[in-house]
Design a protein around this ligand. Structure first.
Ligand code: SF4
Length: 346
């Protein structure tokens, strides 16, 4: 059970029982219209359903308005400090705006943003992180302070009759991140944008995001995800997609493999990589698990849950199991064709 309410971001629906939406953010200069548009469309081709762009000044607005016209996916405007930029971004065609009310300033300014967002039917993501906790909450445990800060902003929007809200609280501390999201998810019906902020370079970000995002998703929290990495945002999509497929939240093929031991009859690692390369780019309309197991002693039993299993046997051949039943024994050179054929029958 994910969020009770849903929010429309352009033609993408976030929340409820809708698929979890992968998003990312450009790191080009927004004034560079062509470069930013190219990056957005590359991200869209890789699997991003929404892309966020920083809008820092009025000059960015004119580029932003062209970007939204030509983008393949809805574009979110990321605004800090200046409420007028939020208003102009909405008028320029933003599909959603991200603000941190804490740095926008007075309630009056926030009300002005809400008024225009209502008129244009544009949702607002209320973003907060551990650096923007309201003074009045500083005596609470940090996770609670983070959540209460956001809740205060949510109540402000609700007071204005505005409910197209997406919640986001991020921390680089995975446990704090988890507790804050869990705490607030029990208090509000809105969709949650989740992720680990400042997660670092690729390897570290992959681990932190997997734990941070994964722990929330398996608890039914999180409607849209962003994996933050320092580097090419296309890598964010790579991690996000793998995460969703491996956890079974998105249709796709996951390849699991045994850790190998003295009983291994085949090179499990090489075969697992081969299988991954054979299925690359293959789309399926359900979750499929393929197991690569090193020996016939334990392999079939351990791979019983899999749709397909390749189990090493003596004589450089492999036994293929379909839904736990032996399908046949094949030479290595035959495996690719057998596997691809069987995937289509599942
Ligand atoms: S499947 Fe066989 S080779 Fe792989 S870890 Fe289990 S016992 Fe070892």
């Amino acid at each position: 059970m994910f969020s009770e309410r849903v929010v429309n971001v352009g033609n993408v629906i976030i929340g409820g029982n809708h698929p979890i939406v992968i998003q990312s953010m450009t790191n080009t200069d927004t004034k560079n219209f062509e470069g930013t548009l190219r990056q957005i469309n590359d991200l869209a081709d890789a699997g991003a359903k929404i892309v966020r762009v920083s809008v820092r000044d009025m000059e960015d607005i004119s580029s932003f308005s062209k970007i939204v016209t030509y983008s393949k996916v809805p574009v979110v405007a990321d605004i800090h400090f200046d409420y007028r930029l939020a208003i102009e971004a909405i008028k320029a065609g933003a599909a959603k705006i991200r603000i941190n009310p804490g740095n926008i300033g007075s309630e009056e300014k926030i009300k002005k943003i809400v008024e225009v967002a209502k008129e244009y039917k544009v949702p607002i993501r209320i973003g907060s992180n551990s650096g923007s906790i309201g003074k009045e909450f500083r005596n609470l445990p940090r996770y609670q302070a983070l959540a209460e800060s956001v809740l205060k902003d949510v109540r402000l929007l609700e007071k204005e009759g505005f409910y197209d809200i997406v919640i986001s609280m991020k921390s680089v501390e995975v446990k704090e991140n988890f507790l804050a999201n869990k705490y607030l998810s029990e208090m509000v019906p809105y969709p949650f944008h989740i992720g680990i902020t400042e997660a670092g370079v690729f390897e570290d970000a992959a681990i932190l995001s997997s734990v941070g995002i994964g722990s929330l998703l398996i608890n039914g929290i999180g409607d849209t995800i962003r994996v933050s990495i320092s580097g090419n945002p296309l890598k964010e999509i790579e991690i996000a997609k793998s995460l969703l497929v491996l956890l079974g939240f998105e249709n796709g093929i996951r390849v699991v493999a045994c850790p190998t031991c003295a009983r291994t009859e085949i090179n499990v690692e090489r075969l697992a990589y081969d299988v991954k390369s054979w299925i690359e780019g293959k789309t399926v309309n359900r979750s499929i698990t393929i197991s690569v197991m090193g020996c016939i002693v334990n392999g079939p039993g351990e791979a019983k849950h899999s749709d397909l299993a390749i189990v090493g046997t003596k004589n450089s051949s492999a036994a293929v199991f379909l839904k736990g039943k032996l399908y046949g024994t094949f030479k290595n050179c035959e495996l690719k064709d057998v596997l691809l054929k069987l995937i289509d029958t599942i």
